[in-house]
Design a protein around this ligand. Structure first.
Ligand code: TXA
Ligand code: MG
Length: 398
């Protein structure tokens, strides 16, 4: 049984150099134990503001290899290195590398926080197991006090993917980690539910054209990044922010799994997930149906033993959800994501919704799309990867 130790994030503060002050005794004791385990090369699960992570000492290849075995993670998928201060970042970088102005702007605006930046890797410092032998290393400084304090108390950069079995939804509560990695991880620090609920934005600004490429939309939105660059670069040429697959495609990224979710199954619970897209203009050849046809097909085909138990993840104001829930035969398990007017709440609840419905034993999860702007871009990035099927619902029949 893994040890689960509570930590109180409100008891931790940091000075300007990122040194923590921890007033709660049990939190200090938990962090010290976690640090000892990390230095003994044992992975430790810990809360970050995005999702729970599975930490190991980043500069020790054997420690890092345990992350891969614990998660069942393919070796060609690189890890993010977490730092607690800018001086720790500098200690990792090649000696002659100068931080580009756009990166400094983004670091000033969003660190500590859910933004991961790619840097050139220094192979004399960063083990190749971390970067999967790529020429860049991904680094972020988490803002969750427990995460940042764990790095500082351990006095070492920590490699940390999300603390889930590879392919499953990312955990946003200690109990999600407990259920998923039970028996595989010895210590879980419990810092309460994660604020953001989706992973960090992964960003590459190392190209010669000066443009910023978003490899994975996440906790910091494209709009926030554009705004920070616009404010800091006024009068100069402002870097363009390009989103992978929306604004650019890159064959190298498509081939290699360095872009999250390109090659491997992601964010999927053990049960099928269907994405519902309500639109009057479904793309040519799309599987477009009315709500009643959807209901009929749910009743006829989803399960061996009717009535089907169907999980429904939809915004609170959804007309489609209202219509579907009127069906008296299906056993509905509704998980309310929150209102479209508060997309950050929908982001925060998405993985919890998928994992809770799975836990309730539903046969299938239906999840309704949200607009792909602000937090919606990251939400839909995860939803599309979680869903094995998409149904276009014709709205005039609602
Ligand atoms: O919010 C987060 O980023 C969480 C918390 C724990 O910090 N971590 C996380 O790690 O989401 P992970 O491993 O689940 O996702 C990191 C993604 C990987 O899918 C990987 O493909 C990408 O970042 N990545 C890491 N290093 C990279 C690199 N050098 N180039 C491109 N992508 C990279
Ligand atoms: Mg992950």
């Amino acid at each position: 049984m893994p040890k689960v130790l509570k930590c109180d994030p409100t008891s931790i503060s940091f000075d300007n150099d990122g040194r923590p002050r921890i007033t709660s005794q049990y939190t200090r004791a938990a962090l010290r134990l976690a640090s000892r385990r990390l230095h003994d090369l044992q992975p430790v699960a810990f809360p970050t503001e995005t999702v729970y992570g599975l930490a190991a000492i980043a500069l020790n290849p054997e420690a890092a290899s345990r992350i891969f075995s614990t998660k069942g993670r393919p070796a060609d998928n690189p890890l993010i290195v977490h730092v607690s201060s800018q001086s720790m970042l500098h200690s990792l970088l090649p000696p002659h590398f100068t931080i580009p102005p756009s990166y400094q702007t983004l670091i000033d605006a969003f660190w500590p926080g859910p933004l991961t930046l790619l840097f050139p890797t220094d192979i004399s410092k960063i083990p190749s197991i971390i970067t999967a032998s790529h020429s860049t290393v991904a680094v972020r400084m988490p803002s969750h006090p427990v995460a940042r304090a764990l790095i500082a108390v351990s006095n070492a950069p920590l490699a940390a993917p999300s603390a889930n079995s590879s392919g499953k939804p990312s955990p946003t509560r200690a109990e999600h980690v407990f259920r998923d990695l039970n028996g595989k991880v010895g210590l879980i620090l419990d810092g309460g539910p994660c604020d953001i609920g989706l992973e960090s934005t992964v960003l590459d600004g190392l190209h010669h054209d000066g443009n910023i490429r978003i490899l994975r939309p996440g906790g910091i939105t494209v709009e926030q990044i554009e705004e920070a660059l616009r404010l800091a670069h006024s009068g100069h040429s402002i870097p363009r922010v390009l989103v992978h697959r929306r604004d650019f495609v890159d064959d190298a990224i498509e081939q290699a799994p360095t872009t999250p979710g390109m090659k491997y199954r992601h964010y999927s619970p053990a049960i099928p997930v269907t994405l519902l897209r309500a639109t009057s203009h479904p793309p040519a050849g799309a599987n477009s149906i009315s709500p009643s046809t959807l209901l009929a097909s749910l009743k006829s085909s989803t399960v061996a033993n009717p009535p089907p138990k169907v999980g429904l993840l939809a915004p609170s104001e959804s007309a489609l959800a209202k219509k579907l829930l009127q069906d008296p035969v299906i056993q509905w398990h509704r998980y309310t994501l929150g209102s479209l007017s508060e997309m950050s709440i929908i982001a925060q609840r998405l993985f919890d919704g998928l994992l809770s419905l799975e836990q309730e034993g539903v046969d299938l999860i239906l999840i309704e799309e949200v607009p792909e702007e602000n937090e919606g871009l990251a939400i839909m990035n995860r939803v599309k990867k979680a869903a094995s099927e998409t149904c276009w619902i014709v709205p005039n029949s609602l």
